[in-house]
Design a protein around this ligand. Structure first.
Ligand SMILES: Cc1cc2nc3c(=O)[nH]c(=O)nc-3n(C[C@H](O)[C@H](O)[C@H](O)COP(=O)(O)OP(=O)(O)OC[C@H]3O[C@@H](n4cnc5c(N)ncnc54)[C@H](O)[C@@H]3O)c2cc1C
Ligand SMILES: NC(=O)c1ccc[n+]([C@@H]2O[C@H](COP(=O)([O-])OP(=O)(O)OC[C@H]3O[C@@H](n4cnc5c(N)ncnc54)[C@H](OP(=O)(O)O)[C@@H]3O)[C@@H](O)[C@H]2O)c1
Length: 421
């Protein structure tokens, strides 16, 4: 699959070896669900590819940067990757362990062998050659890969967002991001401030409370909390069904009425609802509604305290915008994630400065000059799967027509050679 020309750097011969590798077919950056789904679809079409992954395993977000009790929050049929449904005996909402197991066997089935520990440092399109130049650094080697197609699959959650809050340096206690939180076990009896009330903030507060810690959850603005199920039916599934018949605003109204019937008025518990409906907000700002799996009950019972925004931290305490001061042992920043694309991709057409494609779904998967984006739809795993199928179809069309022409040329050449004998 690869031609390899190796050339040593004269100055640092012992330290660094530099290589230049031609890749036949596309390079996929990232071996998360999006990268694996694209690779699998390409494999089915007979197109060779190379997957570059900065960590030492597939699905590093799921394996290394998520908490123990995590489950998929949508029913399994909405989270499966192309071509392979989840095993029948998996529950409706598979655990993180089951999801990783599924991804491992998916990867084996399609013979996807990523190059691990290869962090892409830069990628740029070379107008003169019409090729992508992708530089990686691993232990002692710098490699430049050259290819025709580049698939960006580094994810919406590549970097943890750690806000710089006034006085945080003076706090003195442990401060971690949600991506480093595993379980509430070690927080037993501790007062923990959870900053943020997205799906992470809500579930970590629940986990802390289940482990007899005392969580206070910072809610600085507003949040849509929906039950994960409405009258036994998945809220997501219900919304998807309604959306095929009704306009978004009406689906939002129906969802909010049903939510009120199931969980009551969340404003009674210190949570403010946004003025825009949950699906409209998701569409406009990409803000995911929280699917409640128990945190709300804990808020109602007072086991999770809801507090307003932070003014500043002090030694072992936090001052809130309402003037109240809380004693705190530890802080968990459930403050979200960002894309890392702007750090390494030198391109300004498909991707905006924030590392997300400029065009909205479903038009954000393809750029110019053989550039593709998979998994940047703000629609989780189902969005990634839809992208992967389109990207593989697009690349394979060109691949197949060029291979056919090449085969024709080779056959004609063989015929000429044979006739000369
Ligand atoms: C806590 C949590 C729970 C979630 N739960 C759900 C859920 O239940 N359902 C759902 O649909 N979505 C969920 N999501 C959204 C999540 O983004 C997707 O499930 C999924 O992981 C996206 O896959 P991805 O491959 O696009 O990105 P990722 O899973 O983030 O994979 C990207 C890969 O790229 C690698 N990479 C990054 N930069 C480089 C580089 N420069 N060079 C080489 N490799 C690189 C990373 O190491 C990583 O392995 C959740 C997200 C979080 C944070
Ligand atoms: N499978 C699951 O069950 C599961 C679990 C966890 C996460 N996820 C997914 O993972 C993705 C990320 O979710 P997330 O909850 O980690 O991030 P998120 O949805 O981006 O939420 C971040 C939260 O942090 C708050 N915040 C940010 N900066 C703050 C600051 N300086 N002070 C106070 N609050 C601050 C935000 O408030 P504002 O709204 O005011 O900005 C928001 O409430 C989502 O797609 C989510 O659905 C899924």
């Amino acid at each position: 699959m690869e031609n390899l020309f190796r050339f040593a750097d004269n100055n640092n011969e012992d330290f660094f070896s530099r290589r230049c590798i031609w890749v036949n077919g596309p390079i996929i950056v990232g071996a998360g669900p999006s990268g694996l789904a694209t690779a699998a679809c390409l494999r089915e079409q007979g197109v060779p590819f190379l997957v570059l992954e900065k960590e030492d395993c597939i699905a590093s977000l799921w394996q290394k940067r998520t908490y123990d009790r995590l489950k998929l929050h949508l029913p399994k049929q909405f989270c499966q990757l192309p071509k392979v449904p989840f095993p029948e005996d998996f529950p409706e909402y598979p655990t993180k362990k089951q999801f990783i197991q599924y991804l491992e066997s998916y990867s084996q089935r399609f013979e996807i062998s990523p190059k691990f520990n290869e962090c892409v440092q830069s990628a740029r399109y070379d107008e003169t050659s019409g090729l992508w130049r992708v530089k990686t650094v691993s232990a002692r080697t710098e490699v430049e890969y050259i290819c025709r197609w580049l698939v960006v699959a580094t994810g919406e959650n590549a970097e943890s967002v750690m806000p710089d809050i006034d006085g945080l340096a003076e706090f003195g206690g442990e401060v971690i991001h949600a991506s480093d939180y595993k379980s509430g076990e070690k927080y037993r009896g501790k007062k923990v401030l959870v900053v943020g009330c997205g799906n992470s903030g809500m579930e970590l507060s629940l986990d802390l409370s289940n482990h007899n810690a005392s969580p206070s959850m910072v809610v600085r603005s507003s949040v849509h909390v929906l039950p994960r199920e409405i009258f036994g039916k998945s809220t997501f599934q219900l919304a998807a069904l309604l959306m095929s018949w009704l306009p978004l605003w009406l689906v939002d109204t129906i969802l909010l009425i049903l939510t009120w019937l199931v969980i009551g008025n969340i404003e009674n518990y210190g949570l403010k609802r946004p003025s825009v409906g949950p699906l409209t907000l998701k569409n406009k700002q990409g803000k995911t509604p929280v699917l409640d799996i128990g945190a709300l009950e804990k808020i109602k019972s007072g086991d999770i305290q809801v507090v307003p925004g932070i003014k500043r931290f002090g030694y072992g305490q936090v001052e809130l915008v309402n003037g109240e001061t809380l004693e705190v042992d530890s802080v968990v920043m459930a403050t979200g994630y960002r894309s890392n694309v702007p750090y390494w991709l030198q391109e300004a057409d498909l991707f905006a400065k924030n590392g997300f494609p400029k065009a909205p779904f479903p038009n954000a998967w393809k750029g110019k000059s053989g550039l593709y984006a998979v998994g940047f739809t703000k629609r989780g795993l189902s969005g990634a799967s839809a992208d992967a199928v389109k990207i593989a179809d697009d690349i394979s069309q060109v691949w197949k027509s060029e291979t056919k022409q090449q085969n024709k040329r080779t056959t004609a050449c063989h015929r000429r050679c044979i006739s000369q004998f």
